[in-house]
Design a protein around this ligand. Structure first.
Ligand SMILES: NC(=O)c1ccc[n+]([C@@H]2O[C@H](COP(=O)([O-])OP(=O)(O)OC[C@H]3O[C@@H](n4cnc5c(N)ncnc54)[C@H](O)[C@@H]3O)[C@@H](O)[C@H]2O)c1
Length: 253
């Protein structure tokens, strides 16, 4: 199994992409910390794992809560081999001038500053394990998207942060990579689709933006995440991997 003996700490893991990732990691032999602001759901997800797992209530924008989550994981498992920064929020669907200061601050805190907190808390353990960090970014952080200015800013920053961290932590044998999904059917996307002016049309639109012709479920992201967290990816760092069915490719008919 690809992650036998490893301990994987995943944020936003109670639902959506994060949930698929912890399930896939556990199937590959990892013990997982299911970290989520929704503690009850995190417990339920942790209880589904085939081996020892931990559900932890943690708002990733709260430094003290992140420190406690890392400490709890180390108390229980004695090590951390991987931190997957996956927790994120999407709203609002607005241009920059229509975005309130509170919305801007929340997006930055949950989607970006959280990486600062998890890195500060978990770096000593990652240095010991010569571990790895994975960030769930988004293709829009590379190519942009209308009406999601603040969200795009967080994901674009996460992508450049991934490269900077990859260089800074390479001397410690720590690899840092990012995954860029395009669309993935999760509760977040369902909520955002429902907010659009034509919720029915959004389904076929989301199928069409992917060159491969459909909007996937989270399993496609989880399979890529398992690979990047595993020793199979031992010489891959600073990689920004689109898992997007070719959504970024241009000049379609
Ligand atoms: N679904 C997509 O189409 C898509 C595409 C590209 C990137 N992403 C990114 O993937 C990640 C996961 O998105 P998803 O679609 O699975 O979303 P989701 O809403 O289905 O799941 C997100 C999880 O994160 C948790 N969460 C939210 N705020 C948190 C906080 N402050 N602290 C801890 N946990 C928190 C939620 O409780 C939830 O369990 C996000 O970073 C998102 O930006 C999603």
């Amino acid at each position: 199994m690809l992650l036998e003996g490893k301990v994987v700490f995943v944020t936003g893991a109670a639902s959506g992409i994060g949930r698929e990732c912890v399930l896939a990691c556990a199937r590959e032999g990892a013990r997982v910390a299911v970290v989520d602001v929704d503690g009850a759901k995190a417990e339920v997800t942790a209880a589904e794992m085939p081996q020892s797992a931990l559900g932890i209530t943690c708002d990733v924008s709260d430094a003290a809560a992140v420190e406690r989550a890392v400490a709890t994981t180390l108390d229980r498992f004695g090590r951390i081999d991987a931190v997957h920064n996956n927790a994120g929020v999407g709203a609002p669907s607005t241009t920059l001038d229509e975005t309130s200061e509170a919305e801007w601050d929340r997006l930055l805190a949950v989607n970006l500053k959280s990486v600062f907190w998890t890195t500060r808390a978990a770096l000593p353990a990652l240095k010991q394990s010569r571990g790895t960090i994975l960030n769930t970014a988004n293709l829009v952080g590379l190519i942009g998207q209308a009406n999601h200015a603040a969200y795009c800013a967080t994901k674009g920053a996460m992508i450049s942060l991934t490269k900077a961290m990859a260089l800074d932590y390479a001397p410690f044998g720590i690899r840092v990579n990012a995954i860029c999904p395009a669309g993935v059917w999760t509760p977040m996307l369902a909520e955002r689709a429902a907010q659009q002016s034509d919720p029915a049309g959004i389904h076929s639109y989301l199928d069409r933006i992917h060159g491969l012709g459909y909007c996937p479920q989270g399993d496609v992201i989880a399979d890529a995440a398992v690979f990047l967290l595993s020793d199979r990816a031992r010489f891959i760092t600073g990689c920004i991997l689109p898992v997007s069915g070719g959504a970024e490719l241009g000049y379609r008919r």
